[in-house]
Ligand binder design. Sequence first.
Ligand SMILES: NC(=O)CC(=O)C(=O)O
Length: 302
Amino acid sequence: MSSAAGPVLKQPVKLACIQLASGADKQANLQRAAEHVEKAAAKGNKIVVLPECFNSPYGTKYFPQYAETLLPSPPPAEQAPSFHALAKMASDNNVYLVGGSIPEFNPDTKKHYNTSLIFGPDGSLLASHRKVHLFDIDIPGKVTFRESDVLSPGNKVTIVDLPEYGKIAVAICYDLRFPELATIATRQGAFALIYPGAFNTTTGALHWRLLGQARAVDNQIYVALCSPARDVNADYVAWGHSLVVDPMAKVLVEADENETIVEWELETEKIAEPRRNIPLNTQRRFDVYPDVNKGKIQFEEP
Ligand SMILES: NC(=O)CC(=O)C(=O)O
């Protein structure tokens, strides 16, 4: 559904990306995430974001090992410790929590997914997003990765309504490279595109910041990218550099590669002004590009 009014941020809101250093111990990762969510909340952040695969190392061999079964929802505690830890982090700290992503297993279909769980301040699950575009690339001598060896893709654009603030869109890492998903989310009224992600030292150096700025300027809304901290001893070395970009594509805050929290207050007028001054929203020519999906099609997921 297209939002005639465009993206709306109802009031200023502080957003934090936690650039978490995580390792092989899931319980320790959850504990560390909880400590950082508490720190971010204590500084007034109301939307807190964790990185992709924050509860495990990132790699196809790890997905089945760390996967949790998330259905039925809410799942039994022993089946989904990360789900329950995230719910508690959100409710203990009264924040909206974009819970990075975790590997998910659906025992009915026998499929694995890379899934982000989004919780409200009361600890209830508001939405989940399964990575739509799987990270299958081969840059010889640099980085080869095939998520599709193990994972299945999600098949929807994920918009989450935060009643006091407005709508956010959540997608995961490689999804950032696909502008269509971002523009559909924007037309549905999202004021921010939030991507837990884990680019690497090859593609991160080339494209992470550029893509964050590109999605922001394409859509004239905020973009937040949340990476794990870099661990040079990991199988997959994350780029780090979590950042927040404004609707004019200015990078407002950016981490280096170390564990840290980046935060920024998002402002209503910072969205409204560029949209008044450069009114892309009313100038689109869908008559010239009729193959563009105007965001009406949503697929149900099992
Ligand atoms: N890890 C990803 O999903 C994406 C990535 O690293 C890239 O696009 O580059």
